[in-house]
Write a protein that binds this ligand. Structure first.
Ligand code: SF4
Ligand code: SF4
Length: 138
């Protein structure tokens, strides 16, 4: 979507694509016009992904269902790690509600490539507060 002087990806949330096994938000991904989501096998990261095969072997749909303390694969990155922790605390529906509200208020999931406003954190608790409130300062 063209939003003014520069091109910024503004996703229309595809809620049915939901949250990937690793915690990434397929529903807001800038690739989701041609990728069917984590379980489709279309994800560009599928070939090297550790979270997809590991969760499949465990018979679970998402890393947020796992009982292990884990920072494997994508969980080494703050965004999928924070989204996973968020769902463990508040549930996937609450995460999707917050992401949808935040996107509408101008928070961008993918601003440059696959980096956006949720990646700009060092502290996972600050990220979780940002998801919840839509403000880094609240
Ligand atoms: S990185 Fe792996 S777990 Fe995450 S969306 Fe891609 S295939 Fe799924
Ligand atoms: S061990 Fe890690 S990668 Fe495997 S399912 Fe659990 S959280 Fe996901």
């Amino acid at each position: 979507m063209y939003t003014g002087n520069c091109y910024i990806w503004r996703a229309v949330m595809k809620r049915d694509l939901g949250i990937a096994r690793c915690g990434l938000a397929c529903c807001l991904c800038s690739e989701n016009d041609h990728c069917g989501g984590c379980n489709s096998g279309d994800c560009p990261g599928t070939d090297f992904c550790e979270n997809r095969p590991c969760s499949m072997e465990k018979g679970i749909e998402h890393c947020y269902e796992c009982e292990e303390t884990c920072e494997k694969g994508m969980l080494a990155k703050i965004k999928p790690y924070g989204f996973t922790l968020f769902v463990q605390r508040y549930g996937e529906a609450e995460l999707l509600d917050c992401l949808e509200r935040n996107e509408k208020s101008g928070i961008v999931y993918h601003r440059e490539g696959i980096i956006g406003d949720y990646d700009d954190f060092d502290d996972v608790e600050e990220l979780i507060r940002f998801i919840k409130t839509g403000s880094p300062l609240s």
